[in-house]
Design a protein around this ligand. Structure first.
Ligand SMILES: NC(=O)C1=CN([C@@H]2O[C@H](COP(=O)(O)OP(=O)(O)OC[C@H]3O[C@@H](n4cnc5c(N)ncnc54)[C@H](OP(=O)(O)O)[C@@H]3O)[C@@H](O)[C@H]2O)C=CC1
Ligand SMILES: O=C(O)CCC(=O)C(=O)O
Length: 655
């Protein structure tokens, strides 16, 4: 570590005088690193991360924390309360308890921890919570920018940029640079106890118990990999649905950022106007039997450069902040690809809707709406349905929101037609999938009626996609949902299957086909595979066995990057989610427009406009692919990212 500073890596113990860091610019770099790290310590989630990754078991690190206390004189804002608490072993132990993650985030600021660190009994004022959330948000944003900095295309110099510091790797991931130092740079104050370590001495001692599999080393390795191979990143799933997070990255090569100046490129990479990440709320409701139960709900607002933020609300047990954040980002690119005047957002509640009664679902939705009603708005953030939610859910949100703000039909889309919903919205995502499929197949001189389809998921998207394909003469040879799967090589009668599911609640024992293992559906013999359920269903475990020639990503993130590579090598054409399932949000836009106009379109108009938008987007993506000689996913991302970048630049990005 710090080898370019003359330190000897083989003798890199925390107390060795050889490790004393010699700063080439009179402490400026050191000051910046310390400043950023200290600021990161204001983020409870980051502290929890440190605890979970066993930094607090490392004496050298504790010494480093002690040393950093010089930042507390003279007294700094509340962000340093944690630093004070971190001097206490009880607090560090409390942080290492996984259950405290959510709690500490919500009970922040830390000064309210009592002597026993009894987290449950803490109370915070609304003002403090607000301050804390803002602080967390800015730090998160900075942290995120820094992470992205590590994957920037290099070299793309800004005149004022600092040279990359090799010492950054000494610190845990997160606090690296982009903040500017005040001038003149104050010299670090010696450690209070005299025995604490200088920051540049902090390192994992050679021969320490940290194993190769330790997350600390893992993080460093991952970063290295990013530095060498990634230029711009986008989220995607790996593995099961819950794995979706913003660390799972698709790659967009810089050459695909067409006609972007360096400045514009920066704007995009700094990823843009993350509006609000901290919106997770606890929703406590009485169950029908009178017991109280709490759920965590989220609303992440990602970007509003192109207009109000837009995105669905998902009810699913695996919903968490990371997943919602990644889905919100996807919405930003999706609305841009569709060329509708929106940004991106997403929400969700970690719950199992099938285990809740209708009245429990209503109570939960109303409590969630009460908690986020100030965050959403007709011109700021407009929710819609996603997995596990439907028009009824939107009706409850509309009703609850209207109690606070007056009757506001445009606050949600995908609502019942009787409450101002658009004709055609319920079928829109599935219909859009079909229009997208038609556009793709026609490029290959084929049409739906020539093709055999396997469809995973028989909910809103899966049902409408399979029904419309069936109506167009396509053979739906396999369908699955959570209850099972059915196959018929001659084509399944989708209307009959729907009636059967309505009556029995499952796909099992359907007389119009044979039951099959639902896992087999993804590798079933067919021409076109349409995943319409979970993310991450196509991964390195099964990608090689896929037999379809085309995959239409009706679900969000059904294909993870490893699978993407394997499938592409097999010559399978993938139509990416940010285009393929954009029909839903496109008709949501029509619904919002109708609400604002106070005028209702007929269904033909909705469907014709949807077809026009989907066809136009397809040609825009194809043009992008032609210009940049890339596949459809990269073409779609390039299109979306460039549109967001242009809007961001035009609006003027905060400096
Ligand atoms: N609704 C919309 O407008 C949009 C949705 N999407 C995306 O489309 C996907 C589906 O959403 P939507 O149709 O609204 O959700 P729904 O909740 O209406 O339907 C989900 C379907 O997936 C099935 N399912 C769940 N788990 C599995 C599993 N392990 N194997 C097979 N099937 C499973 C469910 O089965 P069961 O019926 O038995 O519960 C259900 O049929 C999601 O990825 C969503 O983000 C994207 C754009 C818009
Ligand atoms: O209709 C909308 O506004 C959002 C739909 C959505 O969540 C999605 O496209 O993933």
């Amino acid at each position: 570590m710090a080898s370019n500073q003359g330190t000897d890596e083989s003798d890199n113990t925390s107390s060795s005088p050889k490790n004393v860091y010699k700063d080439p610019d009179d402490g400026r770099q050191r000051f910046l690193l310390e400043l950023e790290f200290v600021q990161c310590l204001a983020n409870p989630t980051y502290i929890h991360y440190l605890a979970q990754n066993r930094y607090f078991e490392d004496e050298a690190f504790i010494g480093y924390l002690k040393y950093l206390q010089y930042w507390q004189r003279p007294e700094f804002p509340h962000c340093l309360y944690f630093l004070e608490l971190l001097q206490n072993a009880n607090f560090r132990n409390a942080m290492a308890h996984p259950a405290n993650k959510v709690m500490i985030s919500k009970r922040f600021p830390a000064k309210l921890f009592d002597q026993q660190y009894n987290l449950v009994t803490l109370l915070t004022t609304a003002k403090e919570m607000e301050l804390a959330h803002r602080q967390q948000f800015y730090l998160w944003k900075n942290y995120r920018n820094n992470r992205l900095k590590h994957i920037l295309p290099r070299p793309l110099p800004e005149p004022s940029a600092l040279p990359p510091s090799s010492t950054t790797a000494l610190l845990p991931p997160g606090p690296s640079s982009t903040m500017t130092a005040p001038s003149p740079v104050p010299a670090p104050v010696p450690s209070p106890g005299g025995s604490a370590l200088s920051p540049m001495q902090y390192a994992i001692p050679s021969g320490s118990a940290v194993s190769k599999n330790d997350p600390r080393t893992g993080v460093v390795d991952r970063r290295k990999r990013k530095e060498t191979s990634i230029n711009f990143s986008l989220p995607c799933y790996t593995g099961k649905m819950g794995d979706l997070n913003s660390d799972q990255l698709f790659i967009l090569e810089p050459g695909l950022l067409c006609k972007l100046s360096w400045r514009c490129h920066q704007v995009v990479i700094r990823n843009v106007r993350v509006v609000s990440l901290n919106s997770f709320v606890e929703c406590t409701i009485p169950k029908d039997d009178g017991t109280l139960v709490s759920y965590v709900g989220f609303r992440v607002q990602h970007d509003n450069a192109r207009g109000p933020m837009k995105g669905g609300i998902r009810y699913h047990p695996e919903v968490d902040l990371d997943e919602v954040n990644a889905l919100a980002q996807l919405m930003t690119w999706k609305t841009a690809v569709a060329d509708i005047p929106y940004g991106g957002a997403k929400g969700g509640i970690g719950c199992k809707p099938k285990d809740l009664s209708v009245s429990e679902l209503e109570r939960l939705t109303r409590v969630f709406t009460q908690k986020i009603h100030d965050l959403i708005g007709v011109n700021t953030d407009v929710p819609a349905p996603d997995m596990g939610t439907n028009a009824q859910t939107m009706a409850w949100i509309l009703d609850e929101y209207s109690k606070f703000h007056g009757y506001s039909p445009a606050i949600v889309t995908g609502k019942p037609v009787d409450l101002g919903g658009s004709l055609g919205r319920e079928a829109a995502t599935g219909r859009g999938v079909v229009f997208a499929t038609e556009a793709l197949l026609s490029e290959y001189g084929k049409s739906i009626k020539d093709m055999k389809f396997a469809i995973q998921g028989f909910g809103n998207v899966g049902y409408w996609a399979s029904k419309l394909i069936h109506e167009r003469g396509g053979k739906v040879v396999a369908v699955s949902d959570i209850t099972g799967a059915v196959k018929n090589p001659n084509g399944i009668d989708i209307n009959a299957l729907f009636d059967h599911k309505q009556k029995t609640g499952s796909l099992g024992n359907f007389s119009g086909g044979d039951s099959m293992d639902p896992n087999e559906l993804l590798v079933h013999e067919c021409d076109v595979l349409i995943p319409c359920a979970l993310g991450g269903v196509l991964n390195r475990e099964n990608a090689d066995h896929v037999r379809a020639k085309f995959i239409i990503e009706a679900a969000n993130h059904p294909v993870d990057p490893e699978a993407d590579e394997i499938l592409s090598k097999k010559g399978i054409i993938i139509l990416p989610d940010i285009y393929a399932n954009a029909g839903g949000v496109t008709v949501s836009y029509f619904e919002w427009v109708q609400n604002i106009q106070g005028f209702m379109w007929d269904e033909d108009k909705v469907n014709n406009e949807l077809m026009r938008y989907m066809t136009k987007s397809f040609h825009n993506i194809k043009d992008m692919c032609g210009t940049h000689n890339c596949n459809l996913r990269m073409g779609a991302f390039t299109l979306g990212v460039n549109r967001v970048a242009r809007a961001t630049l035009l609006r003027g990005w905060e400096a």
